[in-house]
Design a protein around this ligand. Sequence first.
Ligand code: BDP
Length: 718
Amino acid sequence: KCWDQGWLRYHLVQDQERLKEYNQLFTQIVLMKEGSAAGLVDESSILSSAVKELEQGIKQMVGTKPSIDAEVKLDGFIWLATFEQIEAALSDERMASRATELQNPVPEQDIRVSMDEIEALKKRQKSTDGYVLESFLFRGKKGLLLLANSESGLLYAAFHLLRLVQMEQSLDGLKIVESPKNQLRMLNHWDNMDGSIERGYAGQSIFFERNRFVADKGRIKDYARLLSSVGINAITINNVNVHAVETKLITSEYLAEVGQVASIFRRYGVQLFLSINYASPIQLGDLDTADPLDERVKLWWKEKIKEVYDVIPDFGGVLVKADSEHRPGPFTYNRTHADGANMLAEALRPYGGIVLWRCFVYNCMQDWRDRRTDRARAAYDHFQPLDGQFADNVVLQIKNGPMDFQVREPVSPLFGSMPNTNQILEFQITQEYTGQQKHVCYLLPQWKEILGFDTYAKGKGTLVQDIMSGDTYGYRYSGITAVANVGADSNWTGHTLAQANLYGYGRLIWNTTLSSETIADEWIRLTLTADKYAVQLIKQMLLDSWSIYEQYTSPLGVGWMVNPEHHYGPNVDGYEYSVWGTYHYADHQGVGVNRTKKNGTGYTEQYHTENAQLFEALGSCPDELLLFFHHVSYTHVLHSGKTVIQHIYDTHFEGAECAHQLLVQWLTLEDKIEPVIFEHVKGRLIEQSEHAKEWCDRINSYFYRKSGIADTQNRLIY
Ligand code: BDP
């Protein structure tokens, strides 16, 4: 099938000049290892994945098969080396040429430049994953040098090189130095062992079926390749809601197979973690308590974790959803979350493992008549006072916003408020609240806004992205994670265009300075087409899609208004009188949640002063978040000059129209996109166009009936 490769589609290079260039450049892969060429790579190593990927890519895109050698012999070498190896080789080379007084064919300058780069890169390395990819002269032979601290770095360099070839770029005078912004670059799967995926919109699980691991693990390997090609280095494979059967993943019944999956990922530099059930000691039938301060519980976890490491020596650690949405946790025993997390951290410490502890803790059984309880406050109220109490191998995992992955939310005030506690940010790639991979919603612009948000935590310019990278507070562990959007559908993500979110997620968290546009451009060219018109058009469609989705769904940051449970489609009062704490408070006069300090829930106070003031005052609160922070009348005038009610009408009509235009635009691509992809995306866009109209009608009718205020343009509203 044409789409199951995702963005790793290695087409034959079309440009003949370029093909010639590549032909000359890719004659030999050089690996510096003791021994003969035949035994150069250990089959199970990451280096072997890099070599195989290069071989496969070059075969398919250039049509040649480079030899694999232990030394540079030909023009057109691709030399994969670690810093240590290259330093040794270059110093041997210098000594050799001096000793024999050969006329030195190696321009010293070339070596020096490279050595400077090497030094510079080494200094900048926080992790072992960076690399240098550059044109290189060695003993008078021209080639490419792929240089890294580790085999993962070499694999990333190989994928980078292949990406350049996929995009048919010249490799002349190449000099690329890359180092990832984030240390942990992770994905969380919400896969259940029965094969279903919580909030999954791309078919069944690629890991599990009928309470077992899938027998054929080929797809998992393909997935590992995709992830590694964009720099992902950590993964959890099971849902944060750990049910009875998944609780057993850490027992002998399943551990061997968990180990097999870990090995598949290991070869691509991806470390395996598991979501665990906090009450495992009870659930697995060994103890009658999970109290973190009980010695028996501590011992139980120590032994359990040892058992896991006996099978998976490089196991990453555990992800825990505790005391949230009916999941067990330390609160049962009147213990704090620090008590709970630290107990697990101690068990993991001897092996270098970490605890990812989620801050998605709130009362999901609240009395909706009680306006003082505000779900938005919960994470900060629970966790901020515990700053400094967590072990140094605990990382708090915090959703990007205070509620739950809405199309628009303010940034969580926890970022920048816990200088003494490791943090990792959690995005949601799976489009639970953003159209469920039936609607196109390219999320990169949203993520960029969040990462670029100024928390003012250490004065102006304390951006979320620098907190997450660990730069601001020198966190020992930190980074970014996200709920995956992948399933067994042949195109991986249900909607083919939703693949751009997975690709873009990896690229962005590796390098947060990349623009949404650059990333979209890459993904389209790697995956769909190189046709200029098509690239331009699809890129614009992607770039517009988040704001289009926002326009026809819940207005001005208020969120929700979705059908309860499955969360697809409009239902304005769906959650309004429920226990979940997700309200909009619309009545005949106005709408919105008063979260001010003055006379609301006081949520604004959780921000540092500059932001607290910004959100607190009606005059300065940004329009797009107005109803998140304030309850206002329908006639309140926005910064845009429109009244709230007219804004609602206008954005909904416009959003629905723009959604329809996405379809119209796509239809112009019929002869430029492979038919199967063209038809598939067309089908989704038809659904989106119709569904956006439904959103528009439902929202506008609701607010027209509540407010009784007519649309100034007299469009049809019932
Ligand atoms: C919400 C989902 C729910 C998850 C929960 C979580 O609706 O299915 O279990 O988040 O993050 O977004 O734990």
